[in-house]
Design a protein around this ligand. Structure first.
Ligand code: HEC
Ligand code: HEC
Ligand code: HEC
Ligand code: HEC
Ligand code: HEC
Ligand code: HEC
Ligand code: HEC
Length: 250
């Protein structure tokens, strides 16, 4: 039954495409092709450059969406400014779909940025912070790394965890880090983590409970570069692996 309805909708869309015989609207049904065309054109880029509508792009069982601009989403998804730990699959999917390797849409198609003053969404007044030029460059660099990396940042992206889910409501900039309490808000309590990673054979070789005492999670877990097991610096004979270690780990 569902299939028939979908087929009917598809036929209607195709018919509409031919009826208006507008090359752009046919292109818009194929975002990848439209992207390539947009890259060569000098007209300002908006969602409509590449998408006729969003109905085929939103997740299954998602409420219907009207419109073909970002406001079609912000109507329900108000900019998330609280830095909550509740996952934000909306933010993650919007970025993953449009940044390399999947796409290559400039940040400023969706965002507005006033250097050193504000950074928000196109058409919305809310702001996440006030990045200067260098901070914006760094953020871009980290974003493109995040979308394609084999590190912990991408492991989190795959689970719908956005930048702000880790960094909180302050826009991340040079030399920021993440405190243990933030990691543990999602991965804790510590006792449970200790239990989870207790090696069956050598129980005292637990990365989360050792003679090192309380140390920063980031000593071993790097978000945007290779994670490393610090213990191995002294105990070369221990067999320990860590997630997000990069290419070296199968
Ligand atoms: C330069 C072309 C281009 C522009 C501009 C563009 N998109 Fe996309 N968009 C794409 C491509 C390519 C995909 C990936 C399609 C696929 O995976 O088949 C995509 C995917 C999506 C998805 C699906 C995401 C997912 O996880 O499945 C949504 C939603 C979306 N775009 C919304 C938007 C909105 C909103 C705008 C405007 C603010 C926009 N796009 C602007 C090219 C573009
Ligand atoms: C009519 C209200 C409404 C509109 C408009 C809307 N959404 Fe949603 N969206 C929801 C609700 C409700 C949820 C489920 C709760 C949540 O995760 O916030 C959701 C969840 C999502 C999720 C997360 C699904 C998951 O995997 O957890 C994505 C991605 C998403 N929306 C994308 C979009 C995009 C892209 C647009 C604009 C093209 C859009 N939404 C417009 C109501 C809406
Ligand atoms: C296709 C549209 C699109 C593109 C391209 C895009 N963003 Fe976003 N971005 C969004 C949306 C939508 C949100 C809002 C998420 C929310 O409200 O939860 C967002 C939120 C953010 C946030 C808030 C923090 C977070 O974790 O959600 C930052 C920072 C950000 N974007 C930076 C960037 C940068 C830097 C680029 C370019 C490398 C970029 N964005 C490209 C759509 C986009
Ligand atoms: C899993 C949690 C996590 C996620 C998700 C995450 N980060 Fe980070 N981020 C960290 C940690 C931890 C550091 C400290 C350096 C390190 O360990 O790599 C950091 C460092 C940074 C820095 C400082 C880099 C420097 O050179 O000083 C920036 C900027 C940053 N993150 C931006 C982002 C952006 C943008 C996103 C989303 C695309 C993001 N982060 C997602 C945890 C995270
Ligand atoms: C907002 C919640 C949240 C925060 C904050 C967070 N994580 Fe995660 N993390 C997750 C989710 C969800 C996953 C994917 C599912 C899973 O394996 O638990 C994940 C995955 C991981 C993994 C990979 C697990 C695996 O089996 O592949 C590691 C390691 C990890 N996180 C460590 C950290 C560290 C260290 C921090 C702090 C710098 C952190 N996380 C911050 C939610 C979070
Ligand atoms: C001394 C290095 C080291 C430190 C410090 C460290 N970890 Fe780990 N972590 C590891 C290693 C090694 C693994 C892989 C072991 C495993 O999964 O059995 C791991 C695995 C994890 C996992 C994935 C567990 C799973 O298998 O699902 C999470 C989540 C995690 N660490 C969170 C944290 C948090 C949160 C902190 C800080 C409170 C922290 N780690 C501190 C080395 C460390
Ligand atoms: C700065 C060097 C250093 C680091 C880093 C280090 N250790 Fe040790 N560790 C030692 C020394 C020195 C001893 C005592 C001499 C010995 O027995 O090898 C020791 C002893 C131990 C022992 C008891 C003896 C053995 O070999 O079984 C265990 C278990 C152990 N460490 C686990 C860890 C774990 C787990 C980590 C990471 C969370 C860690 N160590 C990180 C230096 C280090």
């Amino acid at each position: 039954m569902k299939k028939i309805v979908l087929l009917a909708v598809a036929v209607a869309i195709i018919a509409l495409g031919y009826a208006v015989s507008d090359q752009d609207s046919v292109l818009a049904a194929n975002p990848a092709k439209a992207s390539a065309k947009a890259a060569k054109s000098s007209t300002p880029i908006s969602c409509q450059t590449c998408h006729a509508d969003f109905s085929s792009l939103i997740p299954e069982n998602h409420p219907p969406v009207k419109g073909n601009e970002l406001s079609a989403c912000t109507a329900c998804h108000a900019p998330e400014l609280t830095g909550t730990i509740d996952k934000n699959a909306y933010s993650v999917r919007m970025h993953l779909a449009h940044l390399p390797p999947k796409g290559n849409v400039d940040c400023l198609v969706c965002h507005r940025w006033q250097e050193g003053k504000s950074f928000g969404l196109t058409g919305a007044k809310e702001s996440w912070g006030a990045p200067n030029k260098e901070e914006m460059e760094l953020m871009k660099e980290i974003f493109t790394g995040w979308a394609a990396s084999v590190y912990m940042d991408n492991l989190h992206a795959k689970a719908g965890i956005s930048c702000a889910n880790c960094h909180g409501k302050e826009l991340p900039t040079f030399d920021v880090t993440v405190e243990n309490t933030r990691c543990l808000a999602c991965h804790g309590p510590m006792e449970a983590l200790v239990k989870k990673t207790e090696p069956p054979e050598f129980k005292d070789r637990n990365p989360h409970q050792s003679h090192l005492g309380d140390i920063a999670c980031t000593v071993c877990h790097k978000a945007h570069s290779e994670s490393k097991v610090y213990c191995l610096g002294c105990h070369q004979n221990f067999k320990m692996t860590i997630q997000g270690a990069g290419e070296t780990k199968p």
